[in-house]
Design a protein around this ligand. Structure first.
Ligand code: CAA
Length: 241
């Protein structure tokens, strides 16, 4: 039986490329999304990957969504917590809604989703949880207090859940992408984008494929000794040990 992978925010950007790469690697894949029906339908048509619509910031919706995926594809072996949003503005202009929106979607979703799969993974003695963090969770970013806080929280979440489940055949890792050429970059002003590219030693934005191949690497059965780690994919823009 093929292993089953669920990718949140899996119909566009890094999530879509990860879902496709997992399918190519032989996994049964489910892609979650919440808003863009048109993009999701196109993704489903192009890839044949089934799509599931729910809001990852809603705990009850996550439990119902997970139950549906399990009923359709079987127990989830690989969870990729990828769904995320930005609401960039400086703290002194940030609304409470912008703060909570980003924390709920980018960080509380990790609890909502991981809580929904972890008991089954522990019972079955196998699991791969891959959390998409960000360079801006590692270094902080002007205009992204909410996003940086959520993505830094993702790293702490990863390390704690990794320790709790290390004896149960479950690995929990984070990937910290740098600036990747996806729809998320569309909100970055042109002059800011030029400045950012100037800060990347590789001299270009990353591509979603660059991250997707890391997802496949960490999802593998053979990656069983890699847990609690953060895999940095940022073209040498920010280097941590
Ligand atoms: N460091 C220091 N100062 C900065 C700065 C920085 N990084 N960025 C802007 N400033 C300064 C500007 O120079 C400007 O100063 P002056 O008024 O003296 O000229 C002041 O701050 C205001 O800047 P803006 O005119 O840009 O202000 P704004 O209110 O129009 O926009 C902003 C602020 C929304 C933060 C905008 O600068 C912005 O969008 N920045 C990009 C934020 C970013 O990197 N987002 C990443 C999105 S992609 C992503 O999130 C994926 C991922 O994981 C990497």
């Amino acid at each position: 039986m093929a292993r089953v992978a669920l990718v949140t925010g899996g119909t566009r950007g890094i999530g879509a490329l990860s879902a496709k790469a997992l399918k190519e690697a032989g996994y049964g894949v489910a892609a979650n999304y919440v808003r863009n029906d048109e993009a999701a339908a196109k993704f489903k048509e192009e890839t044949g990957i089934p799509i599931y619509k729910w809001d990852v910031s809603d705990f009850a919706a996550c439990q119902a969504g997970i139950r549906k995926v399990v009923a359709d594809l079987g127990p989830i072996d690989v969870l990729v917590n990828n769904a995320g949003i930005t609401r960039d503005t400086t703290l002194h202009k940030m609304s409470l809604e912008d703060w909570h929106g980003v924390i709920d979607t980018n960080l509380n979703s990790l609890f909502n989703m991981t809580r929904g799969v972890i008991e089954s993974m522990r019972e079955r003695g196998y699991g791969r949880i891959i959390n998409i963090s960000s360079i801006n969770g590692q270094k902080g970013q002007f205009g992204q207090v909410n996003y940086s806080a959520a993505k830094a929280g993702t790293l702490g979440f990863t390390k704690a859940v990794a320790q709790e489940n290390a004896t149960k055949g479950i690995t929990v890792n984070a990937i910290a992408p740098g600036y990747i050429n996806t729809d998320m970059m569309a909100g970055v002003p042109e002059k800011m984008l030029e400045k950012i590219i100037g800060q990347i030693p590789v001299g270009r934005l990353g591509e979603a494929e660059d991250v997707a191949r890391c997802v496949v690497f960490l999802a593998a059965d053979e990656a069983s000794f890699i847990t609690g780690s953060t895999l940095t994919v940022n073209g040498a823009q920010y280097l941590t040990s």
